[in-house]
Design a binder for this molecule. Structure first.
Ligand SMILES: [Fe+2]
Ligand SMILES: [Fe+2]
Length: 166
């Protein structure tokens, strides 16, 4: 991940990155070869890259995209215990992630909420209403495919730089 991407994630996502709840996501395996935490960081980096490629670099858009991407799968933590099967997980984890976003940031931005809620499109047929949601959906798919081929989304250095204390 390049310097500008890391800087952007830190600038807008500090409250999430510093939270205990986010930090706990590095303990659960995701897509066979990574952890939920690495996936969240990887998707956020990819989403920032997608914003830059489209010239969407205003504060408002970047903040929406970074917060939505960092939180989009937090609700999947503990999936083995709380969901009966994969179908229930598919339907419920975006909603549980919305709750995590509100709990962690104390904010409830409609664009962040909709983007998180609709990130499983088209597997879950809820269509994103905002540009940020489409960017998150695309970034999530790109990272998920890479992860299934064993490509790690982040390096040890990325983790160290982004998970600085408080
Ligand atoms: Fe997801
Ligand atoms: Fe995801």
């Amino acid at each position: 991940m390049d310097y500008l991407t890391r800087h952007t994630i830190l600038k807008y996502g500090r409250s999430v990155l510093c939270s205990e709840e986010f930090r706990s996501t590095f303990s659960q395996v995701h897509h066979y070869s990574t952890t939920v935490g690495d996936h969240l960081l990887g998707v956020t980096a990819e989403a920032v890259k997608q914003c830059r490629a489209r010239g969407l670099t205003d504060d408002d858009t970047l903040k929406t995209v970074v917060l939505a991407a960092l939180c989009h799968d937090i609700g999947i933590m503990g999936r083995q215990k709380k969901y009966r099967n994969d179908a229930e997980c598919l339907i419920r984890h975006p909603l549980d992630s919305v709750r995590a976003y509100i709990r962690i940031t104390g904010e409830a931005d409609e664009r962040v909420i909709d983007s998180i809620k609709c990130h499983m499109f088209p597997l879950k047929p809820a269509v994103p209403k905002y540009k940020a949601g489409w960017i998150l959906t695309v970034a999530d798919k790109i990272c998920s495919v890479n992860e299934k081929f064993g490509k790690s989304p982040v390096t040890e250095e990325d983790r160290k730089e982004l998970l600085i204390p408080g």
